[in-house]
Design a protein around this ligand. Structure first.
Ligand SMILES: NC(=O)c1ccc[n+]([C@@H]2O[C@H](COP(=O)([O-])OP(=O)(O)OC[C@H]3O[C@@H](n4cnc5c(N)ncnc54)[C@H](O)[C@@H]3O)[C@@H](O)[C@H]2O)c1
Length: 247
């Protein structure tokens, strides 16, 4: 129970890796706000059934009115905000194309959710974290940003943007006791994963640890970055990919 009494918002928490983050943060004692365009009630019910605290909110992270409501509802329900996990992204449903076939419209759609979303969510929780003089913001980037995965330029650029955002935001909010760090996972196997078989094979070959990555592989780093164990660490991006890319 390393996060007992803490309140965490996880965007994109209704399914897959985001839902796994919610379950684990709840197991560590945090009350969890599941903010997603999808219905997060099933994950919230699961957490409540195990004795935890959870609230599911319908939120589009690219919409500022929604992200402000998300922060307000979190405070109304649980009284504070200690952790923001910026996990929501357009990823699973993304179409992979050579860069010259990506339309400007598709580029804007990915950027609105994957870049503007984390910015708006950080902005929405800032006043509360500043008042508390503490907070942890964790941006979910991707090892694709270090690898430079082809046929995915809008997504890769969006995940690289989060590394810059993590560094820059860390410098702006450090004086208020707020830490901002990023996790860059490798290709994670879960039931919704639709990565081409060649990509999975390529990742396996490139990895130092020769096995598929699961959501569980990310949890130790997540809890560390959410807990006081990482209080003197900010602006950092941690690659958790079985030793595929190094930086
Ligand atoms: N799965 C992988 O291999 C992998 C690897 C590296 C990084 N990541 C990152 O991990 C995170 C989770 O990935 P996943 O595999 O679970 O993908 P996913 O597509 O299943 O999850 C994304 C979640 O975000 C939600 N979402 C999408 N648009 C939203 C919006 N506008 N507002 C609110 N919520 C929105 C979705 O409904 C979904 O629940 C993403 O940030 C992804 O980029 C995934």
């Amino acid at each position: 129970m390393r996060l007992a009494g803490k309140v965490a918002i996880v965007t994109g928490g209704a399914r897959h890796i985001g839902a796994a983050y919610c379950r684990r943060l709840a197991e560590e004692g945090a009350a969890v706000v599941i903010a997603d365009i999808l219905d997060g009630e099933a994950v919230a019910n699961e957490i409540r059934a195990r004795g935890g605290k959870a609230l599911a909110l319908k939120v589009d992270v690219s919409n500022e009115a929604d992200t402000n409501r998300m922060a307000a509802e979190a405070v109304k329900a649980f009284g504070r905000i200690d952790i923001l996990v910026n996990n929501a992204a357009i990823f699973i449903n993304i179409e992979r194309h050579p860069f010259y076939e990506i339309s400007g419209e598709e580029w804007d759609k990915v950027s609105a959710v994957n870049i503007k979303g984390p910015f708006l969510c950080a902005k929405a929780v800032f006043a509360q974290m500043k008042e508390q003089k503490s907070g942890k913001i964790i941006n979910i980037s991707s090892s694709t940003a270090y690898w430079g995965t082809p046929n995915f330029l809008h997504y890769v650029a969006s995940k690289a943007a989060l590394i810059g955002m993590t560094r820059s935001l860390a410098r702006e909010v450090g004086e208020f006791g707020i830490c901002v760090n990023a996790i860059a996972p490798g290709l994670v196997e879960h039931e919704g994963q639709n990565a081409p078989a060649e990509l999975t094979e390529l990742q396996l070959k490139a990895r130092s640890i020769k096995r598929l990555q699961t959501p569980d592989d990310l949890m130790g780093t997540l809890v560390f970055l959410c807990s006081s164990d990482s209080d003197f660490m900010t602006g950092q991006s941690i690659v958790v990919d079985g030793g595929s890319v190094f930086h």
